[in-house]
Write a protein that binds this ligand. Structure first.
Ligand code: ADP
Ligand code: MG
Length: 256
């Protein structure tokens, strides 16, 4: 079954076309790298999957996640909220509520599934709190549960965001440049955590990466965007120097 299905997606900002007829399918359980130079449309594409951005209405398109429509012809689908609840997001920055504890940040992942009065009051059950600790255990941060989120390093904060996705019982995790501002050691830990939840829990992961070497190390498949079009989609080992030079010029970005 496909986890993600994008058909004929077009998006312009102020009449400038940013995504030009993009069609992509990702199967459940895959871990895919979305690569391409800065400005190629990676973040815009990811935002369409979460229903944070909507396609142009002037041409037919559709975006489906886990077999449910997120948007059709640039309009939000009825199931948008329900589908969004199954998608975990990890962004480059501003992932967490700094003044709250690490554990509470993870518990935020449960908000879409608990009764409104409890979410308004921030009341969580014992079971939910335990589950948050288990999620933190999975990302190797159990002992940091009670610290303020802002006390953690950048890489640790990214792993808390992944734990929040686990708490959410997300079936798809979208990570947009999760390691862009991290040192190599933290980057490795974040990528290993994404790989672990993909392999052990079967969560579908789509991760945009600036550094090609990380895509090569952790993902089997790459999708490359160039000027808003799918320029390559296939096994990571087929990304050869000629292709990478077409994408990035002679300065192929590497991080480690
Ligand atoms: P990437 O993530 O690959 O660096 P983006 O998806 O962020 O690329 O951006 C693709 C293009 O769309 C860029 O030219 C960017 O300036 C433009 N763009 C993105 N979001 C907006 C917006 N909200 N308004 C206007 N232009 C935008
Ligand atoms: Mg981006």
């Amino acid at each position: 079954m496909s986890a993600i299905k994008i058909t004929a997606l077009r998006k312009s900002f102020n009449r400038v076309s940013v995504l030009k007829d993009v069609s992509i399918e990702v199967q459940k359980g895959e871990m895919v790298a979305l690569i391409g130079s800065s400005g190629s449309g990676k973040s815009t594409l990811m935002r369409h999957l979460s229903g944070l951005t909507f396609a142009d209405r002037s041409s037919p398109s559709s975006v489906e996640v886990l077999g449910r429509k997120v948007q059709k012809n640039g309009r939000p689908a009825k199931q948008l909220r329900a589908t969004r609840a199954r998608i975990g997001n990890v962004f480059q920055q501003f992932n967490l509520v700094n003044r709250l504890s690490v554990q509470t940040n993870v518990l935020i992942g449960a908000l879409s599934r608990i009764p409104t009065y409890r979410s308004l009051l921030g009341w969580f059950t014992k079971e939910e709190k335990l589950k948050a600790l288990q999620a933190l255990e999975s990302v190797g941060l159990r002992e940091h549960a009670l610290k303020r989120a802002s006390y953690l390093s950048g890489g640790q904060q990214q792993r808390v965001a992944i734990a929040r996705g686990l708490m959410q019982e997300a079936e798809v995790i979208l990570a947009d440049e999760p390691i862009a501002s991290l040192d190599p050691e933290s980057s490795r830990l974040v990528m290993e955590t994404l790989q672990k939840i993909n392999r052990e829990l079967g969560i579908t992961v789509v991760v945009t990466l600036h550094q090609v070497d990380y895509a090569q190390k952790y993902c089997r498949r790459a999708i490359a965007l160039k000027e808003g079009e799918v320029y390559f989609d296939g096994p990571i080992e087929d990304l050869d120097t000629a292709l990478l030079t077409d994408l990035y010029g002679t300065n192929i970005p590497e991080g480690s």
